[in-house]
Design a binder for this molecule. Sequence first.
Ligand code: ZN
Length: 259
Amino acid sequence: MVQQDFLEWAANKIRRGRPPSGTGKLDLGELPPDLRLSVPDVQQLHQELASRLGGVDLVLTDNRRRMVTVKKRKGRYRMRLHHMFVGCDEATLDALACLAGGGADMSEARSLIKDYISENRDEISFDVEPDEVDGKGEHHDLDKLLGKWRQRLGHGELDEVVITWGRYGRGRRTIRFGSFDFDRKLIRIHPALDESWVPEFFVEFVVYHELLHALYPPKEAASRRVVHTEEFRRREKDFPRFEEAIAWERANLTRFMER
Ligand SMILES: [Zn+2]
């Protein structure tokens, strides 16, 4: 199926919202624009789940960390599923429905879903395609900044880290200057930083912060996930212009929000 068709169909689907059948809403807005999925398979997944649970608002995601989440609110199921479940077999559909509906065989359902995920994991591309990344901005060169710190921090595992300017999201009221994708070892820097009035040392600080995530992964502590561990925070302060960077951020945050 041609990519354009899928995107147009997805856009229509989102515009039209809830279909008359009572199947529930289908939201494909979180999928990456270059993902190729078969429309009939997507519809079938939605219908199969709805026929088992009686109306499901389904959000397909590209979230590799949380492949399945289900909530029941006001008698309606809201499922977020990784797109790898498109085209899954009957047993997996039953297991997903069981998990959502709190069926008797929860543990069996869970292990079935885990099996499905581990079998299909390889089909998800964790590799970063070369045309996905572009660190060369109009004002700041992210590859240069990454290269500098990769060398200084001197760990072999940082060789795999790649960096790119991100894209502008829709209608956000907060701004996140950078993010680190642990699976893909990909740093994304917010495009709002690619401005002449943003000093290079600040961009560098954001790059440094994200790179530290590769060295100090999150820790699970008492059912809570600590992303910025104590050690992380200590190393963050090693940045030569740390205080200055924090002060600059504080002084200029509103300027980012105004755009
Ligand atoms: Zn962070």
